[in-house]
Design a protein around this ligand. Structure first.
Ligand code: SAM
Length: 195
């Protein structure tokens, strides 16, 4: 993953807690230090934005190829003074989240869990962007995304946020989203778990 592309740098420079829909979905507030786990790290772009906003993020990735790609991207970004502090807030673990999350003690449980499973195959007219297509070719579809949500809902102390295609059904669990934030092509389903 190259965090130094124009697009990533542009998004990172222009982003703010108020503007970033993911930050609003996660309920992130300045001056707070929630424990955030991105359980589907992928290309690491969403976590990079959260880290740009000043938050520490643990990233979980089960694909060896994707894990290696993020690690290399972070090593590369660390050479740029302006980005070093950002990637230092990103902590990547090569693991399957469905195995990792349930073994956490109560003290270790994250406040916020973010899921962005691979979208199901799209019609030809709506092919994912080039890098997403590459990712899809490498890791395939995340067929166990419903299980991952169910595990995440049992562990998150504050909320779980799931990224979905704008018009897709929510993932299957015994809960419906508390609310959703919809954008032009995607939607964030937010499940508040805090009692
Ligand atoms: C659509 S990509 C995520 C893209 C990411 N949000 C970004 O900004 O680059 C989904 C990734 O989640 C990973 N993944 C899916 N289920 C997982 C699980 N149970 N544990 C760890 N990684 C998982 C896949 O291998 C894939 O790399």
């Amino acid at each position: 993953m190259n965090f130094l592309t124009e697009k990533t740098i542009y998004r990172q420079r222009l982003t703010s807690l108020k503007k970033e829909r993911l930050a609003r979905a996660l309920g992130l507030k300045g001056g707070t230090h929630p424990v955030i786990v991105d359980v589907t790290a992928g290309l690491g772009r969403d976590s990079f934005i959260l880290a740009s906003l000043g938050f520490e993020v643990t990233l979980l990735e089960r694909s060896s190829v994707m894990y290696q790609s993020i690690v290399e991207g972070m090593q590369h970004a660390r050479k740029e003074e302006a980005l070093a502090a950002i990637v230092d807030r990103m902590h990547v673990i090569h693991v399957d989240a469905i195995i990792w999350l349930p073994q956490l003690s109560d003290d270790e449980k994250p406040d916020k869990i973010y899921l962005d499973p691979m979208f199901p195959e799209r019609k030809k007219s709506a092919l994912p962007k080039k890098d997403m297509q590459l990712l899809q070719d490498m890791v395939g579809e995340d067929v166990d995304a419903d299980t991952l949500l169910q595990v995440a809902l049992r562990v998150a102390k504050d909320r779980v946020v799931v990224k979905r295609p704008r018009l897709a059904n929510s993932l299957v669990s015994d809960r419906t989203p508390s609310f959703a934030l919809t954008g032009s092509s995607s939607r964030f389903d937010v499940y508040i778990t805090k009692e």
